[in-house]
Design a protein around this ligand. Structure first.
Ligand SMILES: Nc1ncnc2c1ncn2[C@@H]1O[C@H](COP(=O)(O)OP(=O)(O)OP(=O)(O)O)[C@@H](O)[C@H]1O
Ligand SMILES: [Mg+2]
Length: 174
């Protein structure tokens, strides 16, 4: 069964059809890329998968279950935004561990998962606040935060442009 099925999804903003009757299905383990010019509706589609927006027509199914009405925090989906949306007042490690803290995991598990995740994506100087970091460093923190909770679906809205190829390859292989 497809992990994600998008069936005839349309999203309008006034007269504009940002997403026009899109259907596709994605299998578990598949690495699926949406390519298209600016404004063609890529982010709008990702927002509906994540639950930040709902379609005007059509439906989305995760592992066969309809997603309609399920809030983002109840979906096993993590989005890494183009802007990274990191917390500037937290250290790198605190940012990465944030989804586990929100999920109420105990400190032992948080420490173990943090170590595992940092082996895949290793931003330097984990203890430090990262307000002055480069774009590459911030993008690796955002990616690690996306991977730590082992989401069923990881949605990446063009966040990897600043990463070096070896780092991108390590997590793709994992
Ligand atoms: N909340 C909104 N209200 C009105 N129009 C919107 C809204 N969100 C997106 N749009 C419009 O919908 C269209 C699709 O936007 P979207 O951001 O999904 O494109 P995109 O493919 O992600 O573009 P980019 O490659 O620049 O990120 C654009 O014309 C955009 O202006
Ligand atoms: Mg976009």
């Amino acid at each position: 069964m497809a992990i994600l099925e998008i069936r005839n999804v349309t999203r309008r903003f006034g007269n504009l059809k940002a997403v026009d009757d899109v259907s596709l299905s994605i299998e578990a383990g598949e690495f699926f890329t949406l390519l298209g010019p600016s404004g063609c509706g890529k982010t709008t589609l990702l927002r509906m998968i994540a639950g930040f927006d709902e379609p005007d027509q059509g439906a989305l199914f995760l592992e066969g279950q309809p997603l309609a009405g399920i809030p983002p925090e109840k979906r096993p989906v993590h989005t890494v935004f183009q802007s990274y949306a990191l917390f500037p007042h937290m250290s790198v490690a605190q940012n990465i561990a944030f989804p586990l803290r929100m999920a109420g995991k105990d400190e032992d598990e948080i420490r173990r998962r943090l170590k595992e995740t940092l082996e895949l994506v290793h931003p330097q100087r984990q203890g430090a606040a990262f307000s002055a970091r480069t774009r590459a460093a911030r993008s690796s923190v955002a990616l690690a935060r996306g991977l730590i909770n082992k989401p069923r679906l990881l949605l990446l809205d063009e966040p990897l442009g600043a990463l070096d190829a070896s780092c991108a390859n390590r997590w793709k292989a994992s």
